[in-house]
Design a protein around this ligand. Structure first.
Ligand SMILES: NC(=O)c1ccc[n+]([C@@H]2O[C@H](COP(=O)([O-])OP(=O)(O)OC[C@H]3O[C@@H](n4cnc5c(N)ncnc54)[C@H](OP(=O)(O)O)[C@@H]3O)[C@@H](O)[C@H]2O)c1
Length: 246
């Protein structure tokens, strides 16, 4: 299958890491479905910047919308070869503030990060099998494997995504590969504008082997690598400048 015919769906791609992934896939000649739940104008702008892309609005934390997003993507392009589960949500809650982690916080974070990833993947798998070269790439976080992160529910949701990646890789092979990328601190609208960014960025610069904060393009590059890694499945690739080592 030539690169020109491939189709990728990137959830949460109106901004930050998802937008960088969409733009990078487009540069590879891959047709792209850009998605977000709220930021329609920004999503349409990302799609318009690509040679062959469409923007589809859907809230992937709502199971029916996750399914409809996949079906609308296939209806538009006639196939689906790559699903990137990037849409995610967090709440900034100090880990010691247990009382602040209400059931609603758990439901919101797990509802998008875990259930949304699951629902979109389940809807996509038949189409990825039909592709003959199907792949899923989940966006995790360094918080999924170390005692860090914006909140405990967020870190737990990312640990769940990583184990889901491993389990699904076993379940949907040999037709579909399932891998994940675990970014460290990446400068995006999500992090850049928050109070915690400056102190953590300084710590990253001083204590991690590569000595800098990541860019959305660093994550996009790793996604391209995994998308092309035909003999790799069930792998979680750290893209964190070595933060997982400290
Ligand atoms: N930035 C970091 O340092 C970092 C580090 C590790 C992992 N990550 C992960 O990387 C992913 C992207 O983060 P980011 O920093 O690029 O965030 P971002 O700039 O805030 O982008 C998040 C994207 O997801 C969309 N989105 C949010 N809720 C959605 C929903 N329910 N359905 C569909 N789309 C939705 C947003 O659009 P709307 O809000 O308009 O819907 C936006 O397009 C997340 O999974 C995050 O956990 C980020």
């Amino acid at each position: 299958m030539s690169a020109e015919t491939r189709v990728a769906l990137v959830t949460g791609s109106s901004s930050g890491i998802g937008a960088a992934i969409a733009l990078r896939l487009g540069a590879e000649g891959i047709r792209v479905v850009v998605n977000s739940a709220r930021s329609v104008e920004a999503g349409e702008k990302v799609a318009a910047a690509l040679p062959d892309a469409v923007y589809i609005r859907a809230d992937v934390s709502v199971p029916v919308q996750a399914r409809e997003l996949v079906e609308a993507s296939v209806a538009h392009f006639g196939r689906l070869d790559l699903l990137v589960n990037n849409a995610g949500v967090t709440r900034v809650i100090p880990h010691a503030d247990l009382a602040a982690v209400t059931p609603e916080v758990w439901r919101e974070i797990l509802g998008l990060n875990v259930l949304g990833t699951w629902q979109t993947t389940v809807a996509a798998v038949p189409h990825l099998i039909a592709s003959g070269d199907g792949a899923v790439i989940n966006i995790s976080s360094v918080a999924g494997r170390r005692a860090v992160g914006s909140s405990i529910p967020y870190a737990v949701s990312k640990a769940a995504i990583e184990h889901m990646t491993v389990l699904l890789a076993g379940a949907v092979g040999p037709h579909v590969r399932v891998n994940a990328v675990a970014p460290g601190l990446i400068a995006t609208p999500w992090t850049r504008d928050s109070d915690f960014f400056a102190p953590i960025a300084e710590k990253v610069r001083q204590s991690t082997p590569l000595g800098r904060v990541g860019l959305p393009e660093d994550v996009a590059e790793a996604v391209i690598g995994l998308a092309n890694a035909a003999y790799t499945t069930g792998h979680v690739l750290s893209v964190d400048g070595g933060a997982h080592l400290i």
